[in-house]
Design a protein around this ligand. Structure first.
Ligand code: UDP
Length: 480
């Protein structure tokens, strides 16, 4: 072994790393982790994604450089509807619990594979926290990934380490934080405990991979995190720039890329509001109705993604009237496009007709909007979204709030508070009607977008981080 090491050092040669990626089966986790895997593969390393059958075809198209190891999805054992292998198929607490359970059952076949074919490094979603124990026993280097921005991880840690902050209380200032940030309320209890336990395990890994770039949330938060936690963070994003842009990522789109582009081509530059709430949030009819009214009253063009109504094209007039004002589609035939299901989001955001993105602030959507230079209208619902909102509004000034304050534990179910049509209309107009404030936001969005693209190019911050991380992993492999 020592001779091989010496020879390699003398020849200044690095043999490729053998790396396994284990994503969690929710689009918001799966898409970015597979894109990060593609970044490693682009440097000539042997990269295998361990996944279940339903995602294989999509992954082969969007990330063709990856090797795949397929394990069966234990839907039946977990009591989850057969055939469905993505989190978006869960639409209530009970099915979400079963889905999580099915994911945990993957431990057995994946551990067996790790034992029989140990890699140099394993990079697993933090929800698969069991990977820590398996990798430690096998002395395999392990990097963690949670899909959050580092700003959010730092904020969560700051909240956790302050016992005076009780869950679901009123507005609060994030304690001991680089920026002075006030949130509308403390996070709900159930999720906080669950996430905190996962974050604790994550801290025991050999480092954290972040799908973001230093100029967005690294300059202040890498030193803050690394000093406070004695744990290294590596910004490698925006990772989606490494994958193929197309209709198929995560799920199959219900409209074609051409259809969207030709609709957008018929609109003026920066005239369309793109509305989407990611892969998990689902609104009750009353809230959708209010959204429709807000969009109509704001009187700008829009693409509105409504996965709640997927496959319900033949709904009765009575059913439709519950979420869509009477005559809405006819009145907005020119102005609006409704997509009932999965949309080709990257294609839409990249089109210059799009002038704003009404978003739930899921981290991927946020990063995609930042990279495309599209200012955001923020409407967080759950999880990390309230933190992300603060980063893009208060800290970076590339978004305006709609005014959502209900921090929910899950993405479905009835709401206590409605976001009213007036709030929606006002926010849309604030960005889309022009004026000095909107211009300034657009200027900052463009500046940040340029930095995002530079980060992944030769000599950019994320490009350099990946080089350094590969050197670090090679060193770990050669010295273990
Ligand atoms: N996405 C998409 N089409 C859709 C809905 C979502 O392509 O119709 C993608 C989106 O581009 C992003 C991911 O799915 O990459 C959603 O992740 P995000 O973190 O924004 O939200 P989550 O779904 O985790 O709430």
């Amino acid at each position: 072994k020592h001779c091989v090491k010496l020879l390699r050092a003398m020849n200044n040669e690095q043999s490729p790393l053998n790396i396994y990626f284990i994503p969690f089966l929710a689009s918001g986790h799966l898409i970015p982790l597979c894109n990060i895997a593609t970044l490693f593969a682009s440097r000539g390393h042997r990269v295998t994604v361990i996944t279940t059958p339903s995602y294989v075809q999509i992954l082969q198209k969007s990330n063709p450089s990856l090797l795949l190891h397929v394990v069966d999805f234990p839907a039946q054992e977990a009591g989850f509807p057969g055939g469905v292998q993505l989190m978006s198929a869960a639409n209530d607490d009970e099915s979400a619990r079963k889905f999580y359970h099915a994911n945990m059952l993957l431990r057995v076949p994946i551990s067996r594979f790790l034992e029989q074919h140990p890699p140099d490094c394993v990079i697993a979603d933090y929800i698969h926290s069991w990977v820590h124990e398996v990798a430690s026993n096998l002395r395999i280097a392990r990097l963690a990934f949670n899909g959050f921005s580092l700003f959010t991880v730092a904020a969560m840690e700051s909240v956790r380490s302050n016992p005076a902050l009780v869950p679901e209380a009123g507005p609060f200032l994030i304690p001991d934080f680089p920026h002075r940030i006030t949130l509308c309320s403390t996070p709900p209890k159930g999720v906080t405990g669950f996430v905190q336990r996962l974050l604790e395990t994550e801290m025991k890994s050999d480092g954290l991979i972040v799908n973001s770039f230093v100029e967005l949330d690294g300059e202040e938060y890498i030193p803050y995190y690394e000093k406070g936690k004695a744990h290294k963070a590596w910004h490698l994003g925006p990772a989606f720039l490494a994958a193929k842009v197309g209709e198929e990522r995560g799920e199959k789109s219900v409209v074609s890329e051409e259809e969207c582009v030709s609709w957008l081509n018929s609109k003026q530059a920066k005239s369309v509001v793109y509305v989407s709430f990611g892969s998990v949030c689902r609104f009750p009819d009353k809230q959708l109705f209010e959204m429709a009214c807000g969009l109509e009253e704001a009187a700008h063009n829009f693409i509105w993604v409504v996965p709640e109504k997927k496959g319900k094209e033949d709904e009765s007039e009575e059913e439709k009237a519950k979420w869509l004002p009477k005559g809405f589609e006819e009145r907005n035939a020119e102005k609006g496009l409704i997509i009932r299901g999965w949309a080709p989001q990257l294609v839409i955001l990249a089109h210059n007709a799009v002038g704003a993105f009404l978003t739930h602030c899921g981290w991927n959507s946020t990063l995609e909007a930042v990279t495309a230079g599209v200012p955001m209208l923020t409407w967080p619902v759950l999880g990390d979204q309230f933190y992300n909102e603060r980063l893009v509004t208060e800290v970076r000034g590339v978004a305006v709030e709609v005014g959502a304050t209900e921090w929910r534990e899950t993405g479905y179910g009835e709401r206590e508070k409605l976001v009213t049509r007036d709030c929606i209309e006002k926010a849309v107009r604030r960005l889309m009607d022009g004026g000095d404030e909107a211009e300034e936001i657009r200027r900052r969005a463009k500046e940040l977008s340029d930095k995002a693209k530079e980060a992944l190019g030769d000599g950019g911050s994320s490009h350099n981080n990946l080089t350094a991380l590969i050197a670090h992993l090679t060193h770990l492999r050669d010295t273990r």
